[in-house]
Structures are given as C-alpha cells and as structure tokens.
Write a protein that binds this ligand. Sequence first.
Ligand code: PMP
Length: 437
Amino acid sequence: MDPLIQVTPPGPRARAVLERDAGVVSQSMVRAYPLVIERAEGTNLWDVDGNRYLDFTAGISVMNVGWNHPAVVGAVREQVGRLSHAAFLDFCAEVPVRFAEELVGMLPAGLDRVYFSNSGAETVEAALKLARHHTKRKYFISFYGGFHGRTYGALSLTAAKVIQRKHFGPFLPVVHAPYPDPYRPLCPCSGDECALDAIRYIKEEIFRTEVSPEEVAAIVVEPVQGEGGYIVPPRLFLRALRDLCDEHGILLVADEVQSGCYRTGRFLASEHSGVVPDIVCLAKALGGGLPLGVTVASDEVMTWPPGSHASTFGGNCAACAAGLAVLSVMREKGFGERVTETGEHLIAGLQGLMERHRIIGDVRGIGLMAAIELVRDRGTKEPAREERNEILKRAFEAGLTLLPAGESAIRFSPPLTIRPAEIDAGLAILDRAMEGY
Ligand code: PMP
C-alpha cells in the first residue's frame, strides 16, 4: 500500500483545485485542511496527488460504516438504476417506507413515526416546528456550546462559536443554559453533582427570571456535546432533564445528529442514560454519505396535520437505499460491542499520550466519540488553541486527518469499523506531532 504522506500538502493538482475553489465557492465554507480528496475506502483517504491519509474524522461523523462501504455503494447503484427520486409530496415509493420501518425497529419503543429530510439542520427545524405545534408554546431552551445547525431555527439554538451567530439575529426565542462539563464545571463539583447544578440553573435562574416553564415548548440537547468539544455529561443529566420536562409538560428533543448511529456504542447516545426523548434528530451517518435526515417522534407527539411540513427531497430513494444498507451493517452481530471495545482501546491510548504530554489536560469519550483537551497549564486550564492548531497541522502533514472541537480540543471520530492497529498507527503520528508540548 502506498505510504502515508510525509510532505507538506497540497501537491500541484490539489493546489490547482483549491485555487478554483477560492474563485467560485462561497468563502463562508471554510475547509479544515488544503486536502482535495479523490477517493476513499474504509479508514483511508487519497488526495488528487495520490497521497494517502489515515482518517480519524469520518467526514465529520458521517462515514460510520467506513468510507465507500461496498454494501452502501452497491445499494445506491442498484437503486439509482431503477429510481433515484420520488417527491414525497406527489407519490409514495416503497424504499423510504421500508427504511422508516427498519429504523423504527432499531429505536427505543415509543419512537415510531418518521419525518424525512436531508440534513442535520433540517431535522432540527422539523423538531422545533413539531414541538411548537404540539405544545402550542413558543420558547425553547438549549445549551451553551451546543451546535444544532445554521438555518434560522437551528442557529437560534446553536451557541458554539460567536462567528456562527454574529450579525445574523434576531433569532427565535431561545434561552441558553450551561451544559454540565465535568472538566470545566459551573461550580466546584464532580460527577452527578455537576449535572444537578445545570438542572438547578434552569429551575432557579431561567424559570424565575427569563421564561416561565409553561411557555417552553422544548428543551433541545445533544446527549454528548459535539462541536462544543465532545463533552460527555454525567449520566444523570439526561435523566434529570427528562424529569424536568415531564414535570412541566415540556418536550425533550435529543439532537443525535452527531452522537447517534452507534457513534457512542449504542444506536442512540441517550440509550446510555435509559432515557427515551420525545423527539430525536438523526442525520450525518444515517445515509452512509448520502444526504438523509430524520426527525422521529411518537404517534402522540407527531400530531401535525397533512401538508403542514415537508420537503421535496425528503425520503429520497437513493438516500434511503443507502440508509437501508447502513442499518443492515449496523445490525450485524456485535457491531455496537466492537465500537465500545475499540473506543476503550482509543481512550487507553489517549491516556498514555496524556502521561507523555503535559499539554493534554483532559481525556474523555464514550464509544468512538472521544477528545483530548489541550491546555497551557493543567492547573489554570488555560486553553491552548494555537498549540492545538499547530499539532493538527503537523499530524495532517504526517498523513493523519483529525478535527478540532470546542475552544482547544481535538476530537476523535474515526469510522466505527476502524481496527485497533489503525488507532495505534494514528496515535503514533499524533504522539510525534505533539513533540515538545
Ligand atoms: N446537530 C448536530 C449535533 C451537529 O453536529 C450538526 C453538524 N455538525 C448539525 C446538527 C447540523 O447538521 P448539518 O450540517 O447536516 O445541517
């Protein structure tokens, strides 16, 4: 197999594409790396100059079953040869129906009706409209550091980076609450206490001074915070949120766009807490690389009338054929258990790196949703943002693709099919990239 790259990309062919890209594509779409990808397979990417990269990004948690899984490719080829599109507004086709049936069969009981769209943000938009329609209430609560997409409703919930919101307001009426971050807790506390603090804040600050609970349609939460830094809250958090919602007739919306589809070792990350949300948003990995998003709720909650919400491409036949192949791969015996085991291997490796590099202040994760947080001083926890960016650049130049998250974290979200030996190979590159830190 051709070697991982060891030189500074981009090469000549990539440079030519990047120049054209800069000339024609909206500059709002920033790229993490000057990487012009040509093909991909399993955990490997190849650029247009023939360089190979080991991939720890899975295309932002999309390629959970591995890049270009043969079952997905075959299913899409076959489907497109027969029928690529049937607008849900006009005709029914069997593929999306079968996909919805199989998906519902993999979700906790009570999540049994599926709304189709094409992206994460759209799944959130649908959740917001559904929650307002069902509760006849106007307000929402979401969390600082949360990312839910960039369309207006989703962006109103998003509070990850200033640049994402600045100059785009006014927004929907959303009140933001602190997310329980065990590494950076609101008050000095640990474990479940940190989760209860976050709930106390909603009850005692938000409900008393900002909005009364009877006006809140939904609380929207990532069961593991993604873009905000791969933050794993104490297990009690989701359970306590569920109780709070039940007490006040508020709907609990789990945005599992990034944490879902076995990323954490269970189909939904909320399953780790034994909590069934009222509404679940899934996208990214669901279509195995094709645009497919769903908003799932119970029959009792999904009460909006015919014609009240829809989209031309929602339930696209090719995307649903890909989705069916993804689900069948995920149903293979031991799929989730392997994610858990490989995740434990990854965390152990990261803990090893923490012993060797003082810049690592925290190692966290669940399944293959893991992160290290880089700090200038383990005592003050001052974020080491520039150092993080330099380490990512060095790792990339040595052939490993990684993504940042939050202020100064590096996230690890490889294809879930990654082998322990590939994890070791990637961590060896990272180890070298962290030399001197
Ligand atoms: N919700 C979460 C939790 C996400 O991580 C993302 C994307 N990173 C979105 C929503 C938005 O998804 P999309 O980019 O497909 O609109």
